[in-house]
Design a protein around this ligand. Structure first.
Ligand SMILES: *Cc1c(COP(=O)(O)O)cnc(C)c1O
Ligand code: SF4
Length: 468
């Protein structure tokens, strides 16, 4: 049985753009500062809940406070002229239509879909494409349940501006879950399913159950792990402790575990403070009491966590709780990137500083890692080879599985913030994988590991699959 905890329940209350004037803690800002916040919220999503406002933000230290930076609109997130034009419209009390038109113009200038993430990796089943899924890496299918496309609070740097879909959730869930299960049955090479969003944990347990239960089918014994990528343990830990259906959620995790699979909560923690509250700590404890494991990941974000000591503290706190440091990501090339971005060279320094300050128990973490078009690319070192200063890069995931764990070299560049800003080292004209990527692109990004529909499933052990 899930452990009872002493923290009193809190009822979820959310603030959006229209509520900015009603957040008492914001009264310390001038009316111009509030206007600037409003201007930003027309362009970028804003949503914050009372737990974040009351327990995570240190209001004596705003605006520099990292959780305030993480969740509240910052004037620097828009280019000066865009901020001014939105503020002028607000001052003039322009119509919503005019505000929206200007906001849309600005949004479109902000690279809303980086690396073709949306269209590139959609798998097909019996000739029909399955838009709620991505199958980019052989072993893992990413699944976006349509009822999980919002979050308990939005991160200011996130550009997935989720739309809340007001559909018949249960019916939709059943239909989508059926497609997912059928796809997985046809794909024995997959051994991990990763639920993502938005945040799948905004779903009620009974909806989530519709998605997860079909995966526990005996015919899907090649599925070794089910993961849920979520920020709820940081933004709304009550989801795992005192919410009405928190106990039922724990039972669902229990069931996954009992089915002989690994249940992993891939928790997005950006800052050690998110693990400070008793509720946050008991959320981790309760999840782990079910046999599930909490693995932790977050992007490196200027103004939020661009400091080695912050990451060392974060990983140490995770270790204390038995949670596992997993990834440090490089922020994607999208949205208000100029405000949040950290150059790769600096990211590597921050990572190394933090990595040196934890014991081997924290060195399960990998990073800084870019989720780029060819794969997940780690900045694994900075060194000099035959007089040339280089970045040592490494594929930790790749569209072509044979690239995984291969290192390659880029010319050192102090300012570059993403793979596409780097050049190959040693005077080479293009990356060695560039031609293959070009071919893959031409073929509509069909997976490189063969036609799985003809695969003969041969599960050996622990989900290892061979097929002819
Ligand atoms: C990161 C990622 C995964 C999961 O990769 P792991 O190395 O198994 O954590 C799967 N699919 C996509 C598209 C990803 O970006
Ligand atoms: S929790 Fe994840 S999906 Fe939601 S706003 Fe933050 S980064 Fe984006």
């Amino acid at each position: 049985m899930p452990k009872k905890i002493a923290v009193p329940p809190r009822k979820f209350r959310v603030f959006t753009r229209r509520d900015l004037d009603r957040i008492p803690q914001l009264q310390r800002f001038s009316s111009d500062e509030i206007l600037a916040m409003k201007a930003v919220t027309w362009v970028l999503p804003f949503r914050v809940n009372d737990y974040v406002v009351e327990e995570l933000i240190d209001w004596d230290h705003v605006p520099e406070d990292p959780i305030f930076q993480l969740t509240f609109p910052q004037p620097g997130m828009l280019a000066d002229k865009d901020l001014r034009s939105m503020m002028d419209l607000l001052r003039k009390q322009a119509s919503d239509a005019d505000l929206q038109r200007e906001a849309r113009r600005i949004q479109l200038s902000m690279n809303p879909h980086p690396a073709g993430q949306v269209e590139l990796n959609v798998p097909r089943l019996e000739g029909v494409s399955l838009p709620g899924m991505q199958h980019k890496y052989r072993e893992t299918v990413l699944f976006f349940p349509s009822s999980g496309q919002t979050c308990h609070t939005y991160c200011t740097y996130c550009f997935r501006w989720p739309q809340f879909v007001g559909l018949d959730e249960l019916k939709f869930a059943a239909k989508e879950a059926d497609a997912l299960a059928r796809y997985l049955k046809a794909h024995p090479e997959v051994n991990s399913v990763l639920f993502t969003g938005g945040d799948p944990m905004v779903m009620k347990t009974k909806v989530l159950r519709r998605y997860i239960e079909p995966l526990l089918d005996a015919e899907l014994d090649h599925i070794v792990s089910i993961r849920i990528g979520t920020k709820a343990p940081a933004y709304w830990p009550q989801r795992f402790t005192t919410d009405d259906d928190a106990d039922d959620l724990m039972r669902l995790f229990d069931e996954v575990h009992a089915s002989g699979r690994h249940m992993a909560v891939m928790a997005h923690y950006s800052h050690p403070r998110e693990l400070d509250t008793p509720t946050a700590q008991s959320a981790v404890e309760r999840i782990q009491n079910t046999g599930a494991v909490v693995r932790c990941q977050a992007p490196l974000i200027k103004h939020v966590n661009d400091d080695g000591q912050v990451w060392a503290d974060l990983w140490k706190r995770q270790i204390v709780l038995g949670a596992v440091p997993y990834y440090m990501f490089v922020e994607r090339d999208t949205g208000p990137k100029q405000y949040f971005e950290v150059p790769l060279a600096r990211a590597f320094e921050i990572f190394s500083t933090a990595y040196r300050r934890v014991s081997g128990l924290g060195r399960t973490v990998r990073g800084p890692s870019m989720s780029a078009t060819p794969g997940k690319v780690l900045v694994d070192g900075v060194t000099e080879i035959r007089g040339e200063k280089v970045f040592v890069l490494k594929f930790i995931q790749a569209r072509d599985p044979s690239w995984v764990n291969q290192v390659f070299f880029a010319r050192y560049d102090e300012k570059a913030t993403w793979l596409d800003g780097l050049r190959p080292a040693f005077g080479e004209k293009e990356w060695w994988f560039q031609k293959v990527i070009g071919e893959m692109k031409k073929q509509g990004w069909q997976p490189s590991w063969g036609d799985r529909s003809r695969a003969h499933k041969k599960v050996t052990h622990f989900g290892h699959v061979e097929w002819e």
